[in-house]
Design a protein around this ligand. Structure first.
Ligand code: GLU
Length: 424
């Protein structure tokens, strides 16, 4: 049976087929000659299954969608502070290829515009015999689960017309923001941009970013969580060049576009999406691609600022049972313990204090405990212990390690087997 998700993606292709505004990138001859009627869309949830429709197998160059990934590599290589000393994170409000540097620091304003991306490329560590381009391609291969190669025709074509990027690189060199040979930096950056991918590859790559840096199918942690979070923040504020504000208000997800016509988007925790259509709007973003993304965002409820469903209470149920002959209150907790869910539990305990001396928190159904929830639970435990309650935690997954109350008093732990035995 065909997945309804594929039928839905088909409808995105048909519903945007009438959009023929914009033009292929004219400053790179190979891109100018692309078939403008091609279109494709793909999505991949954090479960790792890719769904794609349209010209799903068509390969095109990744272009600026390579920038966030290269930036992540530079951060993983040197640490965030080192990279922030060299490249800012402020939206420039300028076009992607603007010759703009921060007037005070001489630094590129962010890593998503060309100036920042060329500097980024030079920060990627290359060992003997390995170039920064090799590192980037190997990273793409890990993300997309297949070898990724440079489209040599696109790379050669862009290199022949690279005056503007060369100009930028010399400017960066002059202001101290780029060490090494500017021409070599541009040649490497252009090869990075010419890596050849499909929408399916891109959706899987974006899904890794949605999944906290863990490739959903191989389970490899390809980026550490803080890098991943930083990267998504920069994509959200700077990813769509001078259309970034409009993008964030309408589509509302971290994204990056490329001049070959691709756009990737990431809804953290849920899904990576990718679209392709070669005609670009005035900002250098795919015109039909933006329309496809708007539809996806609307239909799938992707907008980050959409008031999300209030999180469930962490209290699944309260049981009053006899444990080895002693009456006990069992609070069965569930889901992720975040501020809003733990607050409702604490409120319940404070307004209706347990009527038994023995109080058990059964955390068998809990997935994750955020620091704020851990702190709030410790403080609640302190109050209960001070009032003479005996507290027991059942936490088979070890979601709260070394649980103590806020004065460091260890809290008794039982296994689920001990609990069921005591219930009898
Ligand atoms: N390689 C392209 C350039 O530097 C990337 C620009 C883009 O995709 O927006 O001009």
């Amino acid at each position: 049976m065909r997945s309804p998700i594929l039928d839905y993606l088909d409808s995105i292709i048909t519903d945007t087929a009438h959009i023929d505004s914009g033009a292929t990138a004219d400053y790179i001859p190979e891109l100018a000659a692309a078939d403008p009627t091609r279109a494709a869309v793909a999505l991949c949830t954090t479960n790792g299954t890719v769904y794609a429709s349209g010209d799903a197998d068509h390969q095109f160059s990744i272009q600026s969608m390579s920038k966030p990934f290269a930036y992540a590599l530079a951060i993983e290589d040197h640490g965030l502070d080192y990279v922030l000393d060299r490249i800012g994170v402020e939206p420039s409000g300028d076009a992607f290829n603007e010759l703009s540097l921060d007037p005070e620091t001489g630094k590129p304003r962010n890593p998503m515009i060309n100036a920042g991306a060329i500097t980024t490329h030079t920060l990627i560590k290359a060992d003997d015999g390995t170039t920064a381009v090799d590192r980037v391609l190997a990273f793409f291969a890990d993300l997309a689960e297949r070898p990724v190669e440079v489209d040599e025709a696109v790379a050669a074509s862009e290199l022949r017309t690279a005056d503007r990027n060369l100009g930028l690189a010399y400017l960066l060199h002059g202001s101290g923001s780029l060490s090494g040979d500017p021409a070599k930096a541009v040649a490497g950056y252009i090869r990075q941009c010419a890596a050849s991918v499909t929408v399916s590859d891109l959706a899987l790559m974006a899904a890794t970013l949605a999944n906290g840096g863990v490739q959903p199918n191989t389970g490899k942690q390809l980026l550490c969580r803080p890098t991943n979070r930083h990267l998504l923040s920069v994509m959200a504020s700077c990813g769509m060049y001078d259309a970034a504000g409009n993008w964030l208000t309408t589509v509302g997800i971290p994204a990056k576009s490329g001049v070959a016509g691709g756009i990737i988007g990431v809804l953290p925790g849920q899904v990576g999406v990718a679209v392709f259509s070669p005609r670009l709007d005035a900002h250098g973003n795919s015109a039909r691609g933006v329309a496809m993304m708007e539809l996806l965002s609307e239909d799938l409820g992707l907008h980050l600022m959409e008031a999300s469903r209030p999180s469930r209470s962490s209290l699944w149920e309260t049981q009053i049972v006899s444990l080895d002959g002693t009456e006990a209150t069992i609070y069965v907790l569930q889901g992720d313990l975040v501020l809003s869910s733990i607050e409702s539990l604490v409120h319940e305990i404070l307004t209706h204090p347990p009527r038994t001396d023995l109080v058990v928190f059964d955390m068998s159904r809990v997935d994750e405990v955020l620091p704020v929830a851990k702190r709030t639970s410790s403080e609640t435990a302190t109050k209960l212990i001070d009032e003479g309650y005996r507290i027991v935690i059942v936490d088979p997954e070890g979601t709260i390690e070394d649980f103590t109350d806020s004065r460091g008093r260890a809290v008794e732990r039982w296994t689920p087997e001990q609990l069921s035995k005591a219930v009898g």
